[in-house]
Design a protein around this ligand. Structure first.
Ligand SMILES: Nc1ncnc2c1ncn2[C@@H]1O[C@H](COP(=O)(O)OP(=O)(O)OP(=O)(O)O)[C@@H](O)[C@H]1O
Length: 371
């Protein structure tokens, strides 16, 4: 099973430019989480902080009993081996064929024999659907295949956490659909903790167990997918529906009067309509579409039952819309226990973005009514 990553009070600046402050969330072990946010809100900076490539000034990132922010270089080197990272372009070496690209971490970081390396590389390339393409150069294959090769390389050291930086970038919608299925299939096979940064709303709606949104230098919200998909927060609704009307402007936030006028016009038109990126948003129709399941023949995702137990414990803390959506995902035994109040005093709310005592729908600090 993958490990949990507990981020607490994380703050990162470059000189006088604050990127984000006080980011607190837990990536539950083995679950798939998606982090959304307008361009430039620091999603990539967050990923780089998780692997210790950037040092936040404040806060902690705890996994496997170590704090990535403050641990020694030697410990960081050890911890990094728990991570696999899929960079945006696959980050392949152009002069090496796919076999050598995928074998690279094994040759760099292990003392395995070439026979063993060959077995592992072929197994991982098969897992990502690239069997037979070992001899190709990155320049000879499509963008989708390059992503798959990058993913195979991210898998070779058997990571417990995999970070995906915009896996859908540059891919057509069909390739994105295949890649999303591959991500879910891999999660079922290896049960590692996944964090995906994406702008793709269809991915955000259908792939993850948990969703988060970075906005205005803070984590606006992070929680079970149902919490964001049913959220009435204007910024969350605007983002998940990919529309212009709302607090998020072209390059900065808009003023209150403009947002109010836009929202009134939107309501007059009947709210969010189908926008071609998936089922309707929170104000209409199916706000919480079914989550992608592993392909036939693959094992069930072990994270599913763990997550059901986790969210059943949190059920009493959610607003009615979120609780109703979560109830639909729970098996009868857990529902019965939740309704009997068995979990009511449980402190276990992993995946929260704030303390258990605060309402889970609380969002950004900031002047009331600004968005
Ligand atoms: N090494 C660095 N030094 C200084 N500033 C940086 C550095 N890395 C990132 N930044 C700044 O941090 C901000 C956030 O960048 P980041 O790439 O994390 O955003 P993002 O949310 O991933 O954006 P996008 O969705 O467009 O990929 C940007 O203003 C960027 O210029």
């Amino acid at each position: 099973m993958g490990v949990a990553v507990q981020v607490e009070g994380l703050t990162k600046s470059f000189g006088s430019q604050n990127i984000w402050s006080d980011v607190t969330l837990t990536l539950p072990p083995g679950e798939i989480s998606v982090l959304l946010g307008p361009s430039g809100t620091g999603k990539s900076v967050f990923l780089k902080s998780l692997v210790g490539l950037l040092k936040p000034e404040k806060g902690s990132i705890i996994l496997s009993d170590a704090d990535i922010v403050t641990c020694s270089e030697a410990k960081l080197y050890e911890i990094r081996r728990l991570f696999g990272v899929l960079f945006q372009d696959g980050a392949l070496f152009g002069s090496m064929n796919l076999f050598d690209n995928v074998a690279f971490p094994l040759r760099e970081h292990t003392k395995k024999s070439e026979t063993e390396i060959r077995r592992i590389v072929l197994e991982k390339m098969d897992m990502v659907g690239l069997a037979g393409a070992e001899g190709k150069l990155p320049g000879e294959i499509s963008g989708g295949m390059r992503k798959r090769a990058g993913l195979a390389r991210a898998l070779v050291l058997d990571p417990e956490i995999i970070l995906f930086d915009e896996p859908d970038s540059g891919l057509d919608p069909v390739r994105v659909a295949y890649l999303n299925q591959l991500i879910v299939d891999l999660n079922a096979q290896i049960d590692a903790t996944f964090l995906i940064v994406t702008h793709d709303i269809g991915t955000a709606r259908t792939v993850p167990d948990n969703l988060g949104l970075l906005y205005r230098k803070h984590l606006a919200m992070f929680g079970p997918r149902e919490q964001l998909l049913t959220s009435q927060e204007p910024v969350v609704q605007q983002f998940l529906n990919g529309r212009r009307e709302g607090p998020i402007g072209m390059s900065e936030e808009k003023d209150v009067a403009q947002v109010e006028a836009e929202m009134a016009a939107l309501a007059a038109r009947g709210g969010d309509q189908h926008n071609g990126v998936g089922p309707k948003g929170a104000t209409g129709g199916d706000a919480v579409p079914p989550q992608l399941e592993p392909s036939p023949g693959l094992p069930e995702r072990r994270a599913v039952r763990r997550r059901q137990e986790r969210v059943a414990r949190m059920l009493h803390t959610f607003d009615p819309a979120t609780a109703a959506a979560i109830r639909e995902s729970l098996p009868p035994d857990l529902l019965a226990r939740a309704d009997a109040g068995v979990f009511a005093s449980s402190p276990d709310v992993a995946g929260r973005h704030r303390s258990p005592d605060e309402p889970p729908t609380s969002v950004l600090p900031g002047p009331r009514g600004q968005w």
